[in-house]
Ligand binder design. Structure first.
Ligand code: G3P
Length: 216
């Protein structure tokens, strides 16, 4: 399973790179706004350090606007993927961009029907939002499972990115059911690293080692 970093923060992305957990990056307008810097500079800086796909979201909602924005955004880096919200115009744009050999990621996917249409339009990736579905008492991971099943029925090349990841169990479950990619915020990686028994074990090893040193 590939790990993408769900952040526009350069330090967070650098930390993930050090752990081998930055196969790509996903951003969205909220994550970009959090950085409080120039949009283009943020993306240029990310593209300098990440070899994999850097997903950048368009803000236009009309077909011509999405295409115009996409043509501009792909100039910002050779690894840019255009992230497009799931709408009728978005799907039209995905089809057109596919013809132009521009990679796309259809975002804000909340059910398998939406994912199926996105794949048929030619999306490179779909981003079902697991956490936001869980928030409204729908099982987000069931949607991922359903999409994976449908895509495998037809050998669709479109990859499934489990997004809106809120905790380590989301990552584990995505891995269990075979999601192609999981895009993870930094706090979840930190939670995955830690285990109290690991800390207790390290403490005991150190104490035992010191005892022997003192006896010498
Ligand atoms: O990748 C999508 C993600 O950024 C949204 O996460 O936690 O705002 O639902 P969240």
């Amino acid at each position: 399973m590939k790990f993408f970093v769900d952040s526009a923060n350069l330090e967070v992305i650098k930390n993930a790179l050090e752990l081998g957990l930055a196969d790509g990056v996903t951003t969205n307008p909220t994550l970009i706004a959090k950085e409080g810097k120039d949009f283009k500079k943020i993306i240029n800086d990310i593209c300098k350090i990440v070899d994999g796909p850097v997903n950048v979201e368009v803000l236009s909602m009309d077909f011509e606007g999405i295409i115009k924005e996409s043509r501009e955004l792909v100039k910002w880096g050779s690894n840019i993927v255009i992230k497009i919200p799931m709408t009728r115009n978005g799907l039209r744009a995905v089809k057109k961009l596919n013809e132009l050999k521009i990679k796309t990621n259809v975002t804000l996917i909340f059910n398998a029907s939406q994912a199926l249409l996105a794949a048929r339009a030619g999306a490179t990736y779909v981003c079902p939002f697991v956490g936001r579905l869980d928030d409204i008492s729908h099982n987000g991971m069931d949607v991922i499972h359903d999409i994976l099943h449908i895509f495998s029925n037809y050998d669709f090349e479109c990859e499934v990115i489990a997004a809106s990841i809120r905790n380590p169990l989301h990552v584990l479950e995505a891995a269990r059911i075979g999601a192609d990619i999981v895009t993870v915020p930094s706090n979840v990686i930190e939670q995955m690293i830690l285990h109290p028994l690991t800390d207790i074990g390290i403490k005991k090893f150190n104490e035992d080692w010191k005892k022997v040193q003192n006896e010498k």
